[in-house]
Write a protein that binds this ligand. Structure first.
Ligand code: TYM
Length: 334
């Protein structure tokens, strides 16, 4: 007998090309999960409106994210790969959930506080209720697992709270969704300048994009912060050195990593050599994805078909959930 597959949902904002953080925090797990789970992966274009981007660039950016997801190995025949704005049911569920989300908790959200700092002249209600919309995305498919990076942990915690409140008030409709990384700690890919995580909005030179050409990758890696090396054997690594090792662990072989670990512990490490090796391993990793994504991005007809097929699958699941939701709330007068 065919066992019913468990449900998975996740999303990425179309705010530019994807970077290494998006890959190792999210997309790699999408690809790993696509065989064994029923997966819904979407481009979060509605979320991106909270920062008032130039909407003329939305289409290009949505195409970039779709192409890069596919280039990384996601198969649109196996998963629902769609665009958030194509599923109108999301907005309806978002509305109901907003009645269960409180000002105090929304104002305390780290991502909200960051945005208030970054864009003090545009603290709109959409920014405040960003985690509510994200919850709607997830539970619209009654998903259980949400493959995301470490930075999304708080949003998932909030999603569980909103779900608990919904179920308590209206009856059990939704499972509590959890952030997923195959039982491991969620991933945080560090930036190359030793400060914080790789991100689309912070220091561009400290972020490696899946679209970067070989020379740019080399330049960025060679600029990563280092020092003259440890003075004492087996000493503790400063954060910015630890980060270089972390990046190496993502793309290099264990022999390479062990060699530089030993060199570090013996105080013989040459960071120039280490960065050269890391740069080459990054080039090997990124170049094939970049080439595939370039080819897919130029095929607009194919991307349109992918979006249509994805939206159809997502709508089917969304409609079934919304029937249950309206029934549970009591919005069934005829
Ligand atoms: P976004 O677009 O900022 O990031 C997409 C995914 O990439 C992960 N990520 C990272 N992981 C590890 N290290 C990093 N340096 C790094 N940078 C980004 C993020 O954790 C995320 O998994 N709010 C979401 C989009 C969203 C969503 C959803 C996610 C909308 N609806 C429903 C899950 C479920 C966001 O802005 O991701």
């Amino acid at each position: 007998m065919n066992k019913k597959k468990e449900l998975v949902m996740s999303g990425i904002r179309p705010t530019g090309f994807l970077h290494l953080g998006n890959y190792f925090g999210a997309v790699r797990n999408y690809v790993r999960m696509q065989e064994e789970y029923e997966c819904y992966f979407m481009v979060a274009d509605l979320h991106s409106l909270t920062t008032h981007p130039d909407t003329k660039e939305l289409k290009t950016n949505v195409h970039r994210v779709l192409s890069e997801n596919i280039a990384c190995g996601l198969d649109p025949d196996k998963v629902a790969l769609y665009c958030q704005s194509h599923i109108y049911e999301t907005s309806e569920l978002y509305l109901y959930l907003n009645m269960l989300a409180y000002q105090g908790e929304l104002e305390k959200t780290t991502t909200f506080k960051d945005k208030v700092r970054q864009q003090p002249d545009n603290v709109n209600a959409g920014l405040l209720t960003y985690p509510v919309l994200q919850t709607a995305d997830i539970i619209l498919h009654r998903a259980k697992y949400v493959p995301v990076g470490k930075d999304q942990e708080q949003h998932l915690e909030m999603a569980r709270n909103f779900v608990k409140r919904f179920n308590y008030r209206y009856g059990e409709v939704f499972p509590e969704p959890i952030a997923f990384n195959f039982g491991e700690e969620l991933i945080k890919v560090p930036s190359l300048d030793g400060a914080g995580k790789m991100s689309k909005s912070e220091n561009q030179y400290a972020t490696l994009y899946l679209s970067d050409d070989d020379d740019l990758i080399r330049k960025k890696v060679m600029k990563a912060k280092t020092d003259s090396g440890p003075a004492e054997k087996n000493s503790q690594k400063p954060d910015y050195i630890e980060n270089i090792f972390l990046l190496m662990k993502l793309v290099s072989t264990s022999d390479t990593i062990n060699k530089f670990e030993d060199d570090f512990n013996n105080c013989t490490i040459r960071y120039g050599d280490m960065k050269k090796q890391l740069a080459e391993d990054m080039v090997q990793f990124i170049a094939p994805i970049r080439q595939k994504a370039d080819a897919i991005r130029n095929d607009e007809k194919y991307l349109k078909e992918v979006m249509e097929k994805g939206a159809e699958k997502a709508r089917k699941s969304a409609r079934a959930t919304m029937e249950l939701v309206r029934e549970a709330i009591g919005l069934n007068y005829y």
